[in-house]
Design a protein around this ligand. Structure first.
Ligand code: SAH
Length: 240
């Protein structure tokens, strides 16, 4: 049977009895048709993964009995994704892939050409939780409230900033990232569909730690660019 993994934000320890939310009860008992005694895996994002058993099964409620820890906590490397929101479905894709690929934090940034200034953070967080449950992750990235790009740049403290520059006049990302010691805290910056403005490109390049990079000779959609950049950063200096 497919291993069911649930993200439950509560203390987890042996012999604990965890009440299930209505949504979790619906999913386990009406959708997955589990019965008392069925085994599920539970994680809370900070305390590793635990084996649990259905102690009580109802249509709208239930409880789990926590047995033993199956995996100790493992956080992703200190990689942030900073992205300008794009169309809803593609933004959903970006946050889901950032979770699967192993990001620690997601920071939406509003730039001059950002066309969608409305972000449903709760909905995006639900997508990340689902991605973490599906991919075997033990950690749900922090989704920060959006900031304006100039606010982010103004408070930059020198962290490596892999700036994906669609002008493609920057060094290849593999070359730029290979210059970073493995495990260096890194932020990746992806722009909106309309790209960065010339002023924004100059301002980004000016911050301490900026690493303008090219993702090849073709213009990638923002969601493609996010996956491509995170893949290189993770593979070269992350936890892959
Ligand atoms: N409409 C713009 C492109 C925006 S693509 C234009 O035609 O110029 C959206 C974002 O993806 C860009 O802001 C950049 O961060 C990233 N991106 C896309 N292709 C890239 C490439 N070849 N190199 C570096 N970054 C790229």
């Amino acid at each position: 049977m497919a291993k069911i993994r649930l993200f439950i934000e509560t203390q987890l320890h042996s012999e604990a009895r965890i009440p299930l939310s209505r949504d979790h009860a619906h999913y386990l008992f009406n959708v997955m048709r589990l019965e008392v005694g069925a085994r599920v895996l539970v994680f809370n994002g900070t305390g590793g993964e635990w084996c649990a058993y259905v102690a009580e099964a109802g249509r709208k409620s239930g409880a789990l009995h926590i047995a033993v820890q199956t995996r100790s906590q493992a956080d992703p490397p200190d990689i942030d994704l900073m992205f300008a929101p794009v169309k809803k479905a593609r933004t959903d894709f970006i946050v889901e892939k950032a979770c699967e690929l192993g990001c620690r934090t997601l920071q939406p940034v509003f730039t001059h050409n950002t066309n969608s200034l409305r972000l449903n953070l709760d909905r995006l967080r639900a997508h990340m939780i689902e991605a973490a449950e599906q991919c075997g992750g033990l950690y749900v990235p922090v989704l920060k409230p959006p900031l304006k790009l100039h606010e982010v740049l103004r408070s930059w403290q020198g962290r490596a900033l892999v700036f994906c520059n669609e002008m493609r006049d920057s060094p290849p990302i593999t070359k730029a990232v290979s210059s970073l010691a493995a495990g260096t805290p890194v932020s990746v910056l992806i722009g909106p569909e309309g790209g960065f403005s010339p002023d924004e490109i100059a301002a980004i390049k000016a911050v301490d730690g900026a690493l303008p990079v090219s993702l090849g000779p073709r213009i990638l959609r923002a969601d493609t660019a996010a996956v491509a950049a995170l893949t290189v950063v993770q593979a070269q200096s992350g936890d892959w």
